[in-house]
Write a protein that binds this ligand. Sequence first.
Ligand SMILES: NC(=O)c1ccc[n+]([C@@H]2O[C@H](COP(=O)([O-])OP(=O)(O)OC[C@H]3O[C@@H](n4cnc5c(N)ncnc54)[C@H](OP(=O)(O)O)[C@@H]3O)[C@@H](O)[C@H]2O)c1
Length: 288
Amino acid sequence: MPNPGPGRARPRNRGPDRLFYPERHSNPRPRTPVSIPFRTVLVTGASAGIGAACARAFAGVGARLVLAARRTDRLEGLASELRDAHGTEAHLLALDVRDAEAVAGTLAGLPPEWAEIDVLVNNAGLGRGLEKVQEGNVADWDEMVDTNVKGLLYVTRALVPGMVARGRGHVIDIGSVAGHEVYPGGAVYCATKHAVGAITKGLRMDLLGTGVRVSTVDPGMVETEFSVVRFRGDHARADRVYAGMTPLVADDIADAVLWCATRPPHVNIDEIIVKPTDQASATLVARR
Ligand SMILES: NC(=O)c1ccc[n+]([C@@H]2O[C@H](COP(=O)([O-])OP(=O)(O)OC[C@H]3O[C@@H](n4cnc5c(N)ncnc54)[C@H](OP(=O)(O)O)[C@@H]3O)[C@@H](O)[C@H]2O)c1
C-alpha cells in the first residue's frame, strides 16, 4: 500500500481493499483517498429504478454482482448489458423479499464463489396508494410493511453474520425523505421508511466494533417506476407526480450509494438525504 502521507494514520486494511492515494507532493491539501473495499455487491430490487442504477454504478467500478428481484427477465437483460459494457460477472436470484423462508434458503444456498457479500444494497421496496388511514386498504399496508421493513430485515439477517465473521462489509439501506417526514395519505409508507431509519441506526449500534459499516441513502422524488407501482399502473396519475418539476433520476441515487461504498474502510457515512433542487420538503415542490 502506498504511504498515506505525513501526519495521517494509515487506515486499517481489513480485506481485499485497493486503496488509491492521490499523489500528495504536488497538492498542499491532500484529498480523501478513494477506496474500493469490495468485490461482490448484492442489490435487492435490481430489476428496475434505483436498484438497477446501483448495479450499473457498481459494475462501472469493477464489482461482481448478485442481483435479486422477482422479475428475472429484467435481471437477465441487465446482466447481459453489464457483461457487454464492463465484462461484469453476475449471479441472479429470483427472490421475493417478503418470503422469509425463501430469503433465508436462497441466501444460505449461494454458491461458495458468490457467498461472500461485501456490500448489501437493501433497495427493494414500494409504496401502495395514497388513501387516508381511515379509508386504507389492509392488503396494501401488509405489502408495504412486509416488503419495506420485514423483507429488508430478512435479507439483512441472512447476510450480516458473514460480514461479521469476515470483519468487514457494508449494509446500505435505501430509505426515503418519508423516513424523516410524513405527508397526507402516506402514513403507512412513511411508517415503513421511519422503520428503515430506526433499523439502520440500531444495526449500526449492534455492529459497532465488528468493522461492518451501515449507511442509509434517503431519496426525495426520483422518477422511476415507483409512482406507476404506487398507483397500480395508472401512468397518467404517476406522470402528474413529476409534472412541471425536475425530479431526480435513479443514477443520482446510485451516485450517492457508490460514494458511501467507496470511502476508506475507517469512514462510515451514516446518512445521506438527496432531494431534487425543485423539492424542499416531502410536500413543498416548485412546479412551473
Ligand atoms: N422513486 C422515488 O421517488 C423514491 C423515493 C424515496 C425512496 N425510494 C425507495 O427506493 C427504493 C427503490 O424504488 P424505485 O424508485 O427504484 O422503484 P421501482 O422502479 O418500482 O423499483 C422497485 C424495485 O423493488 C423491487 N421489489 C418490489 N417488491 C419486491 C419484493 N417483494 N421482492 C423483491 N423485490 C421487490 C422491484 O422488483 P420486482 O418487482 O421485479 O420484484 C423493483 O426492482 C424503494 O425502497 C423505494 O421505497 C424511492
